[in-house]
Design a protein around this ligand. Structure first.
Ligand code: MN
Length: 233
């Protein structure tokens, strides 16, 4: 018998996969905090802390196809809306208490993503010892490009990662500068949550974070993936 609902269930968040018609259904969205030493320092830390995690709701993602401009609204309640350009890893399987070797085998692919942040609200959360959701998990806070299957991406561990705002380079680093590598981050996270196919992990942003305002354009680049083009409206 077909299940009846009192209202229509929310739509499943799905992402396109480069070079395929099949889609990637998103389950959860995890994010790693302060995973590049120079970014940790610019946020007032030493850059040697263990990884820590927060989440965004899956429906905060904004899928942006290659060669198109995605649009995100300038969010409410902030006057310091920050970009954080990040490599996103997409899992094709999961588990708990994974070794680094097992974690590497869970990777389905990679995408370019922006962990957009209401920095003033996040700073207030930190000061008050409150959770970060209002700073990190708001609507439209996760623009993300298509997923590239891992087999189609050459040497992601040494890819370059950069972000231009209005044509000016603001962030410029390499994935090799991650404090915790992608498999290490997955392994750590799997000790806290059972990971499953469909889980995404934003792996952290390099130094150079800053604010954008309405009308600004952002172009995120990770070598081997399509540019992520986003406009603030
Ligand atoms: Mn981030």
């Amino acid at each position: 018998m077909t299940t009846q609902f009192v209202f229509a269930p929310a739509a499943q968040m799905i992402l396109p996969i480069a070079g395929q018609t099949a889609k990637y259904p998103v389950r959860r969205v995890y994010c790693v905090g302060r995973n590049y030493a120079e970014h940790a320092k610019e946020m007032g830390f030493t850059g040697r802390e263990d990884p820590f995690f927060f989440t965004k709701p899956a429906d905060a993602l904004v899928p942006v196809t290659a060669d198109h401009w995605g649009e995100i609204p300038y969010p409410s309640q902030t006057s310091n809306f920050h970009y954080e350009m990040e490599l996103v890893v997409a899992l094709g399987s999961g588990g708990k208490d994974l070794t680094v070797e097992q974690a590497a085998k869970c990777i389905y692919g990679y995408a370019a993503g922006l962990d957009m942040t209401r920095r003033d609200l996040q700073a207030e959360c930190k000061k008050q010892g409150r959770p970060w959701e209002v700073g990190k998990a708001f609507d439209f806070s996760g623009p993300i490009g298509p997923i590239y299957p891992a087999a189609a991406v050459q040497d992601i561990a040494h890819a370059t990662i950069s972000l231009e705002v209005n044509g000016q380079v603001k962030q410029n680093s390499t994935i090799a500068s991650l404090i915790w590598s992608v498999p290490e981050s997955i392994a750590f996270l799997s000790g806290l949550f059972e990971l499953k196919a469909g889980d995404l992990i934003f792996t952290g942003t390099p130094e150079g974070v800053g604010a954008v305002v309405t009308g600004d354009t952002m172009v995120g680049r990770i070598s081997g993936l399509a540019d992520l083009q986003v406009r603030v409206v």
